[in-house]
Design a protein around this ligand. Sequence first.
Ligand code: PLP
Length: 381
Amino acid sequence: MKFDGFETLAIHAGQEPDAGTGAVVVPIYQTSTYAQDGVGGLRQGYEYSRTGNPTRAALEECLAALEDGVRGLAFASGMAAEDTLLRTVLSPGDHIVIPGDAYGGTFRLVSKVFERWGVSWDAVDQSDNDAVRAAIRPQTKVVWTETPTNPLLNITDIEAVAQIAHDAGALHVVDNTFASPYLQRPLTLGADVVVHSTTKYLGGHSDVVGGALVTSDAELGERLAFHQNTMGAVAGPFDSWLTLRGAKTLGVRMDRHSANAEKVVAALEGHPAVSHVYYPGLDSHPGHKVAERQMRSFGGMVSFSLRDGEKAALKMCERTQVFTLGESLGGVESLIEHPGRMTHASTAGSPLEVSADLVRISVGIESGDDLVADLLQALES
Ligand SMILES: *Cc1c(COP(=O)(O)O)cnc(C)c1O
């Protein structure tokens, strides 16, 4: 029989009881090097922990299984994963298409670092397939997608954009951080590489920074592993262990994140102080039909605009009691923030500028009733 349900893989893939001791949980192999039986006589393939470490290897195998890929690689941060991927697949003279509202760190990496090395780029609204097609040039080697996006939760049709990228001979990369593999599996829809900030939902407890790449192409997986070892931005053993521990409960956490977000959205939608709610689970969301097709449920990220503008938005962020005012997302605890002044302050004055009346929340897995009550008191007080 094949036991390959998502929750089973999350708990068991790459995580056989320890061969030496029977320990049920993969140990933290906090070691830099490994004894050899004679010169070159490696006991289990490990020689040095930048190249390979058993705790990291368990996480990498688990992540590959969760994304339905053939190779997973774990990094010190989401940005380290992105940098390693782009240095593996791009050369001077190449071109990359990124989302118009790309994660700020991704935009900074492409526009401030890769541009200096002769890589050109275009940022386009990827909820519009024609806009993606129009941005492709003969030099385009990568189409980079995020869905849902941050902070407006725009949706890209992964299957359609993978096809557009492949027709142009380009790779299709999806940053799957916001959805997590439980809600959406881009490789099964045609994407070539999935990127994660495991800092967010995969780790899930706001106690570790990490990143990952997963690919469905074994040959590309080998090239990525070569660059991972060459550049060396690997996840350490303890960080790998924390992330693996988090991943075990991803399914139950995501179900609760989505259910709580739906409760919160229902309460915000009818509220007189709120002028608009951005959530792909709403029928009125322009990406709803595509999201329904490619996502299991709609996740824990919600944004909304306040009728009374920036002052009301700032006030609300400072009045919640269960929602903590802070950046980041995807942890068990609920967070609230003002994108215009916090996560997206660097977009001020650019075409990507975020409206000042906007509030973003990462809906956690506390009691949904408490979360709704907290937001309502913060809006009313
Ligand atoms: C946080 C984040 C990243 C960067 O990850 P780090 O772990 O902070 O380096 C990349 N993409 C998205 C969508 C993110 O939210």
